[in-house]
Structure formats: C-alpha cells, structure tokens
Design a protein. Structure first.
Length: 460
C-alpha cells in the first residue's frame, strides 16, 4: 500500500509512525528523508501482517470468488468466499446501500427476517408500513438464496460426473489407481497399508478391539469389521491414556500425531497427481477449470473410503477426547502448493492467506514431496486473548503426521519457496451439538456460551 504525507520540515531524516486500526492497532515506524517542503510517498509492504480476519486484504488481493462456480486464480492464496470490502459504514460500501430494509444487500436484514419468521407467529402481519415493498424484497432475497442452492447442486453433480468418468477412464489402464480405489477388507490391510505404526498401536491396543476387560486376550476382528467402522455402524472409542501418549502439543490448542504410513502418503499423493494430469490432458478448457483448479475432493474421485476410515477410526474418537465434542459430518480433500503452480499436478496455490475453517475441528496431514517454505502459522482462536495480535507458533509439515486444531483457530500457509507440498485436509462439523445451539455469528466469533445464542435452548 502507499501512504502520502505533506511535510513542512527542514532538510532532515525523520521516522514516521503509522497506526493502522482494524480491530487492533499495528504500528509501523518508517525512516524518511525530507526536504524543506515536500510530499512524501511511502510504500509499505505488509504481507507478513496480512490477515484475512482483520481486513488487511481486499477482495481483489484475496482473489475471493463472487459466484459458486467462479474459477480461483491459479497460484493465488485466496480463500473461497465472496469479496469483502471491510466497510465501516454504508457510505464506504461500493454499492450505495439505502438505509431502509434491503435483505438482498444486508445479510443482517435477511437473518433478522428468517429469525422473525421462525420465532413469531404471523410475523409479517406487523409489516404494515411498507408491506408490499418489504415483503417483495424479502421474497426476492430468499429466492436468490434458493437459486444459489440450485446452481451449486447442478455444479456438484457436474463435478461428480466429470470425476467419475475421468477416474473410470484412468483406472482401465492404471492398475495402481484401480487398486487404490478399492477399500481395505481386513484390519491387516489397514494396519500394513494405511496407518502409521504408532497410531496402529493405539487403535488396536485399545480395549474395544481386545475385549472389555484385562482378561480378554483375543482380537475382536470377527466382531468388528472394517466395513462396519467405515460405514459408521460401530462407534470407535480409543483408550485415553494411549491417545495421551500419542499426542504432541505443538502450540496452544494445536496437536500433532503420526497417522499415515509413508507408503500410503506417496500412493495418495501420486493418485491425486495422476487424476489432475489426466483431467488436463483429456478435458476441454472449461472442464479443466472445474476439475483442475480446485482442491481434489476424495469423495468425488471414488475414494470416500479414505475419508470415512480416517474420520470414523481416528478423527472422531480423538476429537471426543481432546475437545469433548461429538462430530457428525466430514469433508476431506487434498490441497497442493508449489513454487511453480500447475493445475496439471493439482498444485494450484503457492500460499494461503490467514483464515479460519468452516469446521469445528480440522485435521491437516502432510503427504510429502520435497519442498521449502509452506509452513503453517497460527494466530490463536477467534475471540481469544491471542487471536490475530501475533503469531503464536509455526509448524513445518511432515509426511504422515497429522495436525489437529479447532476450525476457528486463525492460521495461514506461508509461501512455498521451492518444490511441491501436498496436504490431506479433513474438516469435521457437529450439527447436532455445536451448530444446533449456535448461530453462524456466535459460532464464527467463538462467543462465550454463558451468553446464550438466539438459537440456544433458552430462546429456541
């Protein structure tokens, strides 16, 4: 950014102290050489302070997308959301928003109306001042949201069809990929082909796999099948003392543990690269935009078993012990970063700006390749004493090691200096516990549960 100051000083060198205020003050001291009367233009680079949550990036800088099917900028560090303008008042907003009711332009108006319709019988009977105009505006705003739903459903079906056709074509002459698409049938396969030995010891050393008491000596494979765990028919519970010994606390509220074997990391990474390359070779430009520039969702390429196995066998039971939280939704994908970005090998970013995830808990597993840079920097939980004021720690990804943290923990991926870096990411949510009693605003800002949300039992 550039900041200009008119100066009326003698020939001298001064330090200009600049205070930026966007929820927090940040002070920069800049030495400037001045003549007797001059206007000084100062260029400031604040990339190290760039934080999505605090407004240091504009919609243009972030590359955020305004439509559900917009194509991300190849190599950008954008997050997938609509442009934000960080306006402090309507006058600063690029659209000249009127001060009256406008649910299309004001999300707060729309949310107030939805809560009103849900909470009060005959809510709209109160709208007698501008009833036709305002009710028409609300109906139009709701229709707009429904249209987004319809468009994104079509896009999801299109992507699923594209990936299905692509993977079927690829698997006919790619035996390693065909083998990878088949879920394991026995626990020996899971232990030998998927998991790191240390997490295997925790899982298969826990009492539920060996019996309910210390006198049990037989492994209960005949009672607990791999498929039942993948399908969620059996709730896995791991012994707390074994999990405690497994976890390392890298920094406050961020934990790591060995999860995947090196061999499985290589297989998963190479499968993603082959899918992305085939997409680039055999699809039209428009189809490549859909398939090649997004992180690759494992569900869409026929590898839902990976998401389900890791989620049911490891993610849910560890989250239950760490955060006292019951999860009921997961979304798993592979993200690629590179110093030389390419959609042909699914490395579509070279960094990722500071952000929080749309998840209660996030798991980030390093899949390897040789690289420099690409560390994950953390800034603390939203609405905590540490959040966004300074980095609380930085983690260097390691192959097969999982990093687990709350989704509301501010974090960023630093720029890749050299090589390619792949990560297997799983977002998990709790619709029946956390999001049932908390509105999006309270959830996102990590508000104190002692002050009940409008969606809590007290109000609902």
């Amino acid at each position: 950014m550039k900041v200009k100051f008119p100066l009326f000083l003698g020939n001298t060198t001064i330090s200009i102290i600049i205070l930026f205020h966007v929820d927090n003050f940040i002070m920069l001291s800049v030495p400037v050489e001045c003549s007797k009367s001059s206007e000084v233009s100062i260029s400031l680079t604040v990339s190290s302070l760039e934080q999505e949550s605090e407004g240091f990036i504009t919609s243009k800088e972030s590359g955020a997308n305004n439509s559900s099917d917009a194509t991300p900028v190849l190599g950008g560090g954008e997050i997938n959301e609509k442009p934000r303008f960080f306006a402090k008042s309507h006058k600063q907003h690029p659209h000249n928003i009127p001060d009256n009711y406008d649910p299309k332009e004001n999300l707060s108006h729309l949310l107030h109306s939805i809560v009103g319709l849900d909470r009060y019988p005959n809510y709209l009977l109160r709208w007698t001042q501008n009833e036709e105009k305002d009710i028409d505006a609300l109906e139009e705003a709701l229709e707009d949201q429904l249209e987004k739903l319809r468009q994104q459903r079509v896009l999801l079906r299109k992507r699923r069809e594209e990936f299905s056709k692509l993977c079927n074509d690829l698997a006919t002459d790619d035996k390693p990929l065909l083998s990878f698409l088949q879920p394991p049938q026995t626990w020996d396969e899971v232990r030998d082909n998927v998991l790191h030995p240390k997490i295997s010891n925790v899982i298969f050393g826990s009492r539920m796999f060996w019996g309910s008491n210390s006198s049990s000596v037989g492994f209960k494979e005949d009672m607990i099948s791999v498929q039942e765990v993948i399908n969620g028919k059996i709730v896995v519970r791991l012994d707390p003392h074994l999990v405690h010994e497994l976890l390392d606390e890298e920094m406050p509220d961020v934990y790591s543990f060995p999860l995947l074997s090196v061999e499985f990391c290589n297989i998963l990474r190479n499968a993603i690269r082959r899918v992305a390359r085939r997409s680039s070779e055999h699809r039209s430009k428009e189809e490549t935009e859909v398939v090649g520039r997004q992180p690759i969702n494992l569900d869409l390429i026929g590898c839902a078993w990976v998401n389900d196995l890791i989620y049911q066998l490891v993610f849910r039971p560890i989250t239950r012990l760490l955060f006292d939280l019951e999860l009921d939704f997961r979304h798993g994908y592979v993200a690629g970063y590179s110093s030389n970005v390419s959609s042909e090998v699914a490395t579509t970013r070279n960094h990722l700006v500071s952000h929080t995830d749309d998840s209660e808990v996030t798991m980030n597993v390093g899949l390897g390749n040789t690289f420099q840079g690409g560390t994950v920097r953390f800034y603390g939980l939203r609405d905590s004493s540490l959040a966004a004021k300074r980095a609380i720690g930085e983690y260097e990804p390691k192959q097969g090691i999982a990093l687990i943290h709350e989704g509301r923990h501010l974090h960023e991926v630093r720029q890749l200096i050299q090589g390619d870096r792949y990560a297997y990411i799983v977002w998990a949510r709790s619709w029946k516990q956390v999001r049932r009693t908390s509105c999006p605003c309270c959830w996102l800002n990590n508000r104190n549960p002692k002050n009940p949300c409008i969606c809590s039992a007290k109000w609902n």
